[in-house]
Ligand binder design. Structure first.
Ligand SMILES: C[S@@+](CC[C@H](N)C(=O)[O-])C[C@H]1O[C@@H](n2cnc3c(N)ncnc32)[C@H](O)[C@@H]1O
Length: 387
């Protein structure tokens, strides 16, 4: 196993776990001639049954984990999202909420609490998460925060049929496995992972046809350039489109439009790893112990959704979305109830909405089917024209 000096040394039981996953990845590599694609490596590192980062039993999200997300920073984030959901449910007259990748379950709890206050509870709050460990944690969080609403919450194993309502996902897209390409002297190569001398290494091979065509379409004017592509988007949106009969999908994540994503200056790509609140760029170490993410290409998201028959109904920054869904009014309400929390709440709002923090880096995209009403979160500052 390879260690990185700047990272804390994982405890012994974590190293045993990591070694088991290394063996499984190595076994798969040994059955190939050219190694496995980086996408497959990332898929195994994050989701290999029983061992992958998201499916094994370690605490990942929150202050004691590896990274922190907006719903963990402040309930105000989920309350704003709840306001947008309430608006949509009201227009639909009847409907459910489906949360994809619910993490610790705190966003579900805070959304349900706020919808209860607004007297706009959905028929059901469905959760679809591929992590059995996180499902257990979600159950505990929801039991603790909204025990009176537990009968509304249903965990699904697959997307429902004929869904009517709102589908939400915070930081789900960035956790999807990506391909890495390397543009080198006019050649498009794809990054494979091989095992050599006791470590994982990259090996570049000529890109497959799909990757080649995609990369050529970006017209990147440089001779040495590495970046990523999420090749699962089309399939994912086809399944979502198949499931959604009427309503809105709201996806929040960090990322860029395609023009910004594949900008000549971003020549090292966007791949990042999180291990105990330390960020670095080597995904080949500590498989199963660290998170691996890539920023989201929102133009590709919009195109994949549109190709699957879903409309692109809004695109804005997290800061603008939160402003339009009433962040300020919620803050004032909180201050009246809990004046002693003024400093803490102000800090939370800064993190969520300042441009240099999450405000601009995180975006919200709204996608819809058979739904044409205005969405409050995008009623000003809609940037669809940039996609
Ligand atoms: C970075 S975490 C974000 C968790 C949570 N939404 C939050 O904001 O704290 C990514 C989550 O997405 C889940 N996930 C990844 N791919 C998924 C997919 N295709 N369908 C459903 N959940 C997925 C993971 O298990 C995990 O719960």
């Amino acid at each position: 196993m390879q260690f990185i000096d700047e990272l804390p040394m994982p405890p012994q039981d974590a190293l045993v776990h990591c070694n088991q996953l290394i063996h499984q990845i190595k076994d798969e590599i040994e059955q190939t001639e050219q190694g496995i694609s980086f996408r497959r490596f990332m898929e195994m590192a994050l989701y290999q049954p029983g061992l992958g980062y998201y499916v094994a039993g370690m605490r990942k999200i929150g202050a004691t984990g590896d990274f922190i997300t907006a719903p963990e920073i402040s309930p105000l984030f989920s309350q704003c999202l709840a306001r947008q959901c309430a608006d949509i449910l009201e227009v639909l007259g009847v409907g459910d909420i489906l949360e994809l990748g619910a993490g610790s379950g705190i966003m579900a709890a805070d959304i349900l609490k706020q919808l209860d206050v607004l007297a706009c509870l959905p028929e059901h709050y469905y959760i679809l998460d591929i992590s059995p460990e996180l499902k257990q944690r979600q159950r505990e969080t929801l039991q603790e925060h909204v025990p009176h609403l537990l009968d509304k919450i249903i965990w699904l194993e697959q997307l429902p049929k004929n869904f009517i309502g709102v589908i939400i996902g915070n930081e789900v897209l960035d956790a999807m496995p990506v391909d890495i390409f390397h543009l080198h002297n006019g050649q498009v190569q794809q990054r494979q992972v091989i095992w050599q001398g006791d470590y994982f290494h990259y090996k570049d091979i000529p890109a497959n046809k799909m990757l080649l065509e995609k990369v050529q379409s970006f017209n990147i004017p440089t001779t040495d350039y590495v970046s990523e592509i999420n090749s699962n988007l089309n399939g994912w949106f086809l399944s979502l489109s198949d499931s959604l009969k009427q309503g809105v999908i709201l996806l929040i994540d960090y990322g860029y439009t395609q023009q910004e994503y594949y900008h000549p200056e971003r020549s090292m790509g966007t791949l990042l790893c999180h291990y105990q609140h330390r960020v670095h760029d080597n995904p080949l170490v500590y498989p199963g112990l660290q998170d691996i993410t890539a920023s989201v290409d929102f133009t590709a998201v919009a195109n994949a959704a549109s190709d699957a028959g879903i409309n692109v109904s809004g695109f804005t920054t997290q800061a603008m979305f939160l402003t339009m869904t009433g962040l300020e009014a919620l803050f004032t309400e909180y201050l009246i109830k809990y004046p002693e929390q003024q400093y803490t709440l102000a800090q939370q709002i800064r993190t969520l909405s300042l441009p240099a923090e999450m405000g601009d880096r995180f975006k919200v995209i709204a996608l819809s089917k058979a739904f044409t009403s205005t969405l409050i979160g995008f009623s000003q500052g809609d940037q669809r024209y940039r996609l």
